[in-house]
Ligand binder design. Structure first.
Ligand SMILES: O=C(O)CCC(=O)C(=O)O
Ligand SMILES: [Fe+2]
Length: 310
């Protein structure tokens, strides 16, 4: 066995050992039924259609109002029709993104035992809680879940990323609110989504030897207002569109935005919180970082129009 393999073993969570029974049961089941994950919903080719929005009109001073409004309209339309979109010229520099990723890789390179020390504090998780009864309920990934306010200056590139991405999230949320309320909105998101309630999730998806059968991250919707995601170039993110899984093609210049359950409720169903998942890769590890715009538990969320469907 070579050294790099040993190093990987030391840092990877013990998926195989822990889920031995579920994995071997599923192997038997697969050979009997010839099923794979991909049979659940039809997969279309990597999606070129996912809206890609140039945000530069929002940040340029010498741009006319019409162009700004056009950009805001595009954002609202994508949130309504897809619940997911990509943005370029988002104002977060390549340096900040690269430094954040470098720091993220270091955090995950720690030995598994060291990462586990954060487990009880709730900031580290791997796999899926013991409740899984089938291999399809497992996630082949590990993650750090960090409230923005807990980022220490020693993790300055993570902090810098969180600060920049937080202000982009606020800006997008205000635009979405403005478009649905029909007037410039207030400071609602600034007041209710504070650094202590918003958080950063760093995800790592180790290569998976049984990639066709197991999710990297099970299908779910996000429960926040909106999420901003930065993924690497490996790919694996899929979202549900018209009853199909659509693969999101990585774009090195883009950040991915998705609407969460709270915005869906707040907008009375106008903006869509869409199911998404991550599929595993047999040979490559994958990293992503997500910022979740969340209010405090006391915030009352009411639909902005009546009759409310929630
Ligand atoms: O890793 C990804 O691409 C998606 C992550 C995600 O959906 C999440 O952390 O909620
Ligand atoms: Fe998600």
């Amino acid at each position: 066995m070579d050294t790099s393999y040993n190093q990987n073993l030391a840092r990877d969570p013990p998926f195989h050992e822990t889920y031995k029974t579920l994995i071997s049961n599923s192997m038997d089941e697969e050979s009997r039924l010839k099923i794979t994950l991909k049979n659940d919903l039809v997969i279309v080719e990597e999606c070129e259609l996912l809206p890609l929005i140039d945000l530069s009109p929002l940040f340029l001073d010498d741009i006319d109002e019409l162009q700004k409004e056009g950009c805001k309209e595009e954002i609202a339309r994508a949130a309504h029709e897809w619940g997911f979109f990509q943005v370029v010229n988002h104002g977060i520099s390549r340096d900040i993104l690269e430094n954040m990723r470098e720091e993220q890789v270091k955090v995950f390179k720690q030995p598994f035992e060291t990462k586990l020390l954060n487990f009880s504090a709730g900031s580290y998780r791997w796999g899926t809680p013991n409740s899984a009864t089938s291999i399809r309920q497992l996630s082949w990934s590990e993650a750090f879940h960090i409230p923005s306010s807990a980022l220490s200056p020693s993790s300055s590139s993570l902090q810098q990323f969180a600060t920049e991405v937080a202000s982009l999230a606020q800006e997008l949320a205000e635009i979405l609110a403005e478009k649905i309320m029909g007037h410039k909105s207030s400071t609602y998101f600034q007041e209710n989504c504070l650094p202590s309630t918003c958080y950063l999730r760093l995800n790592r998806y180790p290569p998976c030897p049984i990639a066709s059968q197991i999710f990297g991250l099970m299908p779910h919707t996000d429960s926040d207002f909106l999420t901003i995601l930065h993924q690497d170039q490996v790919g694996g993110l899929q979202l549900e569109k018209d009853g199909k899984w659509v693969a999101v093609k990585p774009n090195p210049e883009a950040l991915i935005i998705n609407i969460g359950d709270l915005f869906q409720a707040w907008s009375n169903g106008y903006y869509k919180s869409v199911q998404h998942c991550v599929v595993t890769n047999p040979t490559k590890e994958r990293f992503s970082a997500a910022y979740f715009l969340c209010p405090s538990c006391e915030t009352v969320i009411e639909s902005c129009s009546k009759p409310s469907i929630y």
